[in-house]
Design a protein around this ligand. Structure first.
Ligand SMILES: [Fe+2]
Length: 462
C-alpha cells in the first residue's frame, strides 16, 4: 500500500455485509459497498475477520499446525499473523492503553517486516505447537475487542490516519485467507490418506466429463492504453497497482477461455515434459531436478490416466476444468507447444477493463476451478476472473513513478519487485470483493502451489 492509499476507502457497503459468527460458514456474498462511517468500517472488519475463523472452523486442530514446506504456513500461523498486523500497525501506535496479548507474539508472527524487528524463521513456523489454536483464537478475540474500542473512540484526526490502515489490514487478511486454502491443500496433499475436508463443488466422474469447448480468439487493437490506477480516496488499491501510466500495446489476440486439463493432457501426451526446446532454461532445469511430469496435484495411474488431488479428495481428472497448479515455466512451455505465448500483464488488464468482477471465487467448503462447461456462454472472453490466476510473461517490477510508502508498512509490496512474475485475475480461493482489474499478484516462476493456470495469447499477424 502507498502513502496515498492511507487516505483511501473501499467501496464497501457495510450495511449489506453479511453477519458471520465464528464457527459458521461464511456467506459468499461479495463484501459490498461504501464505507462512510465508523460503524461501516467495523462491520466490514468483522465480516472479513469472521471469514478467517469460519475457514478454521471447518478444520481439525491438527490440520492447522503442520507446515509442509518453507513457502507454506500453518493455518494457525495465518490466523495469528493477521492479528499481529492489526496489533502492530494499528493498536500499538494508535491505541494509547492497548496491552499486547503476549509480548512474544511480536517475533513469532512477524512475517518479513525488518523495520519492526526480528522474526521467527519462516521455514520453522510448523514447529510452533504452542501457542495452541485456542490461544491463537483468544489472541484474535483480544485484538478484535481492542480494534472495536479504537474504531469507536479514537479522535477524528487519528481516525483519518488509521482508516485506510484498517482497510489495508483487511485486504491483507483476505490475501492470507487465500494462502490458508492453498497452504492447507499442499499440506493435505502430502498425506497418503488424501484427506477431503471440503465438499466437491462439481462431480468429477468419468461419466461426467464433458467435451472441451473449442478455442477461439478475440482480437484487441492495442495502441496507447493506460495501465494501473492512481490511488483514489474512494477506492482501495495496493500501492503496487499504481501510478496509472501509458503503455503501448501491439495488436494482439487472446483466447476465449483458460487452458483446460484436457488441453494440457495433450501437451503431456505429446511428451511436452521431455522436449527441452519448449522450455525456458530455468524451467528445463526445474523439470529435470524436480522430475516434473504433470501439474502439481495430478497423480499418474498405472493405466496411463490421471487423477487429481483436490480439497475434496482424489477426483477423476475433469478434462473441461481449467488446468491449475502450474509453474510459470510449465505455462510458458505449454504456450510454446501450442504455437502461442503467455499474455503480458498490460494485455490482460486492457482486455478486462470495464468487465464485471464476477467469477468462480472462494466458496466456503468447496474450493476448485470450475469446469468450463458450466460457464459456457456467448462472451468472447470468459473466465477472466476467478478459477485460477493467469500467469503472464511480465516480470513483477515497479510502475513508472512508483514509490514505496515510508515506514515499515512500505515493506508490504515494494521490496519484492525482483525475480517474480505477475499473475492476474484471481482464483477460486480469492475472496469475493478482493479483486480489481489492476490487481497484481506475483510469485517466483517456479511456484506451483497456488491456483495458477494460463490463457493463451498471440501476436496479431503482420
Ligand atoms: Fe502477511
Amino acid at each position: 500500500m502507498s502513502t496515498q492509499a492511507r487516505t483511501n476507502s473501499p467501496k464497501v457497503h457495510a450495511e449489506t455485509a453479511p453477519k458471520i459468527q465464528p464457527g459458521s460458514t461464511p456467506s459468499i456474498v461479495p463484501a459490498p459497498v461504501v464505507l462512510t462511517d465508523r460503524p461501516g468500517h467495523l462491520a466490514y472488519y468483522h465480516w472479513v475477520r469472521a471469514g478467517s475463523e469460519a475457514f478454521a472452523a471447518m478444520l481439525e486442530p491438527e490440520d492447522m499446525a503442520i507446515q509442509s514446506m518453507p513457502d507454506a504456513s500453518p493455518t494457525k500461523w495465518h490466523l495469528a499473523h493477521t492479528s499481529w498486523f492489526f496489533e502492530t500497525f494499528l493498536l500499538l501506535p494508535h491505541a494509547p492503553h492497548y496491552t499486547p496479548f503476549d509480548e512474544s507474539f511480536s517475533v513469532l508472527f512477524n512475517s518479513y517486516y525488518e523495520q519492526i524487528g526480528p522474526q521467527w524463521a519462516r521455514a520453522q513456523r510448523g514447529q510452533l505447537s504452542r501457542p495452541t489454536i485456542n490461544q491463537v483464537l483468544n489472541y484474535r478475540t483480544h485484538v478484535n475487542a481492542a480494534m472495536e474500542q479504537l474504531i469507536a473512540t479514537t479522535s477524528q484526526s487519528t481516525w483519518e490516519t488509521i482508516r485506510i490502515l484498517i482497510i489495508l489490514g483487511l485486504n491483507h487478511e483476505q490475501q492470507h485467507q487465500e494462502l490458508m486454502a492453498t497452504d492447507l491443500k499442499h499440506m493435505l496433499a502430502q498425506n497418503p490418506l488424501s484427506p477431503a475436508p471440503f465438499d466437491a463443488p462439481f462431480k468429477h466422474t468419468p461419466q461426467n466429463i464433458s467435451p472441451l469447448s473449442p478455442l477461439s480468439w478475440s482480437e484487441l487493437e492495442g495502441g496507447i492504453v493506460s495501465q494501473g490506477r492512481d490511488l483514489h480516496p474512494e477506492e482501495f488499491a495496493f500501492d503496487n497497482e499504481g501510478p496509472c501510466h501509458d503503455v503501448v500495446l501491439q495488436p494482439y489476440l487472446l483466447a476465449n477461455r483458460l487452458v483446460t486439463n484436457g488441453d494440457y493432457l495433450a501437451f503431456i501426451q505429446d511428451k511436452g515434459y521431455g522436449r527441452s526446446e519448449l522450455w525456458l532454461s530455468d524451467g528445463w532445469a526445474d523439470v529435470r531436478s524436480h522430475k516434473w511430469a504433470h501439474p502439481l496435484y495430478w497423480r499418474a495411474q498405472e493405466d496411463g490416466s490421471y487423477t487429481e488431488y483436490t480439497l475434496a479428495g482424489v477426483q477423476a481428472l475433469d478434462l473441461s476444468q481449467p488446468v491449475t497448479h502450474l509453474s510459470a515455466y510449465e505455462a510458458a512451455a505449454y504456450a510454446q507447444w501450442a504455437g502461442a505465448r503467455l499474455p503480458r500483464e498490460a494485455e490482460l488488464e486492457h482486455a478486462t477493463k470495464g468487465k464485471a468482477l464476477t467469477g468462480n471465487f472462494y466458496a466456503p467448503g468447496a474450493i476448485a476451478p470450475h469446469p468450463h462447461r458450466a460457464q459456457r456462454d456467448e462472451a468472447p472472453l470468459q473466465q477472466l476472473f476467478g478459477d485460477c490466476w493467469e500467469w503472464t510473461q511480465s516480470a513483477y517490477s515497479a510502475y513508472p513513478r512508483y514509490q514505496a510508502p515510508r515506514g515499515a508498512v512500505g515493506e508490504y509490496n515494494g521490496k519484492f519487485m525482483c525475480n517474480q512474475m505477475v499473475l492476474r485475475g484471481g482464483s477460486c480461493a480469492t475472496p469475493h470483493g478482493h479483486m480489481r482489474t489492476t490487481y497484481r499478484n506475483f510469485f517466483p516462476a517456479g511456484t506451483r502451489w497456488q491456483f495458477s493456470g494460463l490463457r493463451l495469447a498471440l501476436d496479431t499477424p503482420a
